[in-house]
Each structure stands twice: as structure tokens, then as C-alpha cells.
Design a protein around this ligand. Structure first.
Ligand SMILES: O=C(O)[C@H](O)[C@@H](O)[C@H](O)[C@H](O)COP(=O)(O)O
Length: 256
């Protein structure tokens, strides 16, 4: 079933993290058989870290030549470098610090103590994306984009009823007055995410059920931003039972 949205349901958070980690390892190995490098976008949020920890704890991850993998982020919180709130710090602690990665393959958003303004930081990240442009686009065509989903249906830092989810003329936006703290953030935009080969949304918990149900029932992206997300080849929602409570039965595949 190519390029259709699929929902894979797991019994609980830990099974979910383990299953996504196993699929990720297998997919990266398969991709590296047929292409030189793999570009992955990481996410903040609770499940983002849990999946990366499960990758680190899986002995199979050592079969990957990580020096051929690039890591980017879907969004970042505008706080100082090394702050515990930064998505990149969470990802580094969960996995990246334990890998042998060439420094130029890790692409964090600038931090609030970088000397750049928030707007200049957005431009700087757009320039970094452009250095790896593919298919005539000013950014990589990502192989795998991980996204968490907020209870309000936001993805990255694209929130309901805000202009960010409608932006199509830039790859990166500066976000102010975010409804989720901290108020200032940087985010990839929808066209960059949707140009990716695969979008893997990972979400757990009963507080996500309504957003997921609405998104799959055809809500607008303005109301529920995740509704506007679709990868070129695959869009998979990896969820636990609680998050799946309002998903139409016909869309569900159970991974247990
Ligand atoms: O900076 C952030 O917080 C995120 O990148 C955000 O988009 C997150 O992924 C969702 O809010 C889900 O977060 P939880 O899994 O913690 O609910």
C-alpha cells in the first residue's frame, strides 16, 4: 500500500519504542545498501527520545555504518546550547553521543546564545539545508522524518490556527508565542516535511487520541496540523492502544 497513511498499533509505549527502533535500524541498513548516505530528521517530545534510546539499546544498531547517516531536527526550542530543553540535547543523550558520527553529519538548529537573532537563525538553518539540496529543491529529500504529535495535533513547531502550517515559500520559520513552551522556536515547514520519502509519526497516550482521530477523519491542517502531513512514499502512524482509541477500524494494523 504505497503512499497511503497507515496506523500501526502497539500494546504500550515500551513495545512501541522497541518496534519503531527495530524498523528504523532495518530501514537504514536497507537504504545504505542502495544509496551512499541517509538523511534522517529527529524530533523532540517524549516518544522521540524513547525511540532513540531503544535504538541505542538494540545490539543490531552496531551493524549500521553511522558515518553515512546525517541527522537533522524538525524543530528546536530557542534556548541556549546544551540546555536540557533542547531537542538536540535530548537526541544526543539518547543516541547520537554513543555513535561514531562525523561532526559535519549532525545538523542542529542554532541556539539562542549563538549570537544570531531568531530570524537570522531560521535563515542560517535554511542555508544549511540548501547545502544538501536534492532534486532541485533547496533542502534534502529526507529518507525518514520522525515526528511527535501534540495533543492539539501540532507537529514540529507548526501549531493549530497559526500561520506556520500554511507557509510554503520557505523551508524554515521562526515561531513566536508558541502555545507550548518555550514561546520561541524554529521549525521546518510543511513542504520540506512532505517532500520526504517517509514520515514516521510516533505517538502514545490517551491525550493524543482525539487529534489522531480527527486527522485521519479528514480534519483541516489549520485545525489539526498533522492532517496536512504526508510523505512521498509512506506515512506511518506508530501508536500505542491509548492513542489509537479514535482511529477508524479500517485503517488499523495491529503489531501484536
Ligand atoms: O519541541 C517539541 O516539543 C516538539 O518537537 C513537539 O513537536 C513534540 O514532538 C510534540 O509536542 C509531542 O511531544 P510529546 O511526545 O512530548 O507529547
Amino acid at each position: 500500500m504505497t503512499n497511503e497513511r497507515r496506523v500501526l498499533v502497539h500494546p504500550d509505549k515500551s513495545a512501541l519504542a522497541g518496534s519503531v527502533a527495530a524498523r528504523f535500524i532495518t530501514k537504514v541498513l536497507d537504504l545504505l545498501d542502495v544509496q551512499e548516505t541517509v538523511h534522517v530528521v529527529l524530533t523532540g517530545g517524549s516518544m522521540g527520545g524513547a525511540v532513540l534510546e531503544a535504538v541505542r539499546n538494540s545490539p543490531a544498531h552496531t551493524s549500521i555504518d553511522w558515518s553515512r547517516v546525517h541527522f537533522w531536527w524538525g524543530d528546536e526550542r530557542w534556548v541556549p546550547d546544551g540546555d536540557a530543553e533542547r531537542n538536540d540535547r535530548q537526541s544526543r543523550e539518547a543516541l547520537l553521543d554513543s555513535l561514531d558520527l562525523p561532526e559535519g553529519h549532525v545538523h542542529p538548529f542554532p541556539a539562542s546564545d549563538s549570537g544570531l537573532s531568531l530570524d537570522d537563525a531560521a535563515t542560517a538553518y535554511a542555508n544549511e539545508l540548501a547545502r544538501f539540496g536534492m532534486d532541485g529543491l533547496p533542502h534534502p529529500v529526507f529518507d525518514i522524518v520522525f515526528l511527535g504529535v501534540g495533543p492539539d495535533g501540532h507537529i514540529a513547531s507548526l501549531f493549530p490556527h497559526r500561520s506556520g502550517i500554511q507557509v510554503v515559500d520557505r523551508p524554515v520559520i521562526a515561531v513566536r508565542q508558541s502555545p507550548k513552551p518555550p514561546p520561541e522556536r524554529l521549525s521546518l515547514t510543511r513542504p520540506v516535511i512532505n517532500a520526504s520519502q517517509r514520515v514516521w509519526l510516533v505517538l502514545a497516550g490517551a491525550d493524543k487520541a482525539s487529534a489522531l482521530g480527527l486527522a485521519l477523519a479528514g480534519a483541516s491542517r489549520d485545525e489539526v496540523p498533522v492532517a496536512g502531513i504526508k510523505g512521498r512514499r509512506r506515512t506511518v502512524f506508530f501508536v500505542d492502544r491509548d492513542a489509537a482509541a479514535e482511529v477508524p477500524e479500517a485503517l488499523i494494523a495491529r503489531d501484536y
